[in-house]
Design a protein around this ligand. Structure first.
Ligand code: FAD
Length: 164
């Protein structure tokens, strides 16, 4: 809750549904769903339907955002030009102003102040981002990711070719 309003992108879907149901006796999606959409998707499992049709919650937004950030880092130049380093710094700074989950953004901003973004090379940027993601993993009680595997995960895929 910030400014007296609940924040959907700061909350997981189950918690959000509870808040919505407390505010209204109607299920959250029943009023705004058109018949044709309902017909097209009535056979989809509820969870899958939500993922494809509902506004993002903290988890879907986070997962999609990490995918974008790690992939950007994996495709960042190995030897960036000064202008590319500047624009990446500026991107990270804007990102940390505008990420819509406010407490995620505040913590990310503090992390960037503690350890400024490393834009000197693809490897430096990818490892820097991996450490930021691991800080969030730690906060959430999730496993630490092995940062030596960052290019396997986000650029090349595993050596056994499962992703080829
Ligand atoms: C900047 C930012 C801050 C966030 N802060 C919060 C918060 O404060 N509270 C909150 O509840 N949620 C936060 N989130 C969301 C949270 O990090 C997860 O995205 C969300 O919980 C969904 O998790 P997931 O299991 O889908 O995997 P995610 O954590 O989204 O990870 C996606 C994939 O990335 C890979 N991966 C995992 N760790 C790393 C790593 N260190 N380096 C490289 N790859 C990795 C794994 O293959 C994983 O499957 C934040 C997201 C972002 C982008």
């Amino acid at each position: 809750m910030k400014d007296g309003k609940p924040c959907r992108v700061c909350t997981d879907f189950k918690t959000w549904s509870k808040i919505e149901k407390q505010n209204s006796k109607q299920p959250a999606h029943s009023a705004s769903t058109s018949n044709s959409t309902e017909e097209q998707t009535s056979k989809m499992p509820e969870e899958e339907w939500r993922k494809k049709n509902c506004p993002a919650d903290v988890e879907t937004l986070g997962n999609a955002t990490w995918t974008l950030l790690h992939t950007m880092a994996a495709y960042y130049p190995e030897r960036p030009a000064p202008s590319q380093m500047e624009s990446m710094k500026s991107f990270i700074s804007s990102f940390s102003e505008h990420y819509p989950c406010w407490f995620c953004k505040d913590d990310f901003k503090k992390a960037v102040e503690r350890e400024p973004v490393q834009v000197g090379s693809r490897k430096k940027l990818s490892e820097w981002l991996c450490r930021r993601h691991n800080e969030v993993n730690e906060k959430l009680g999730k496993e630490q990711f092995d940062c030596t595997k960052v290019f396997e995960r986000w650029l090349n895929g595993p050596p056994d070719g499962r992703c080829d």
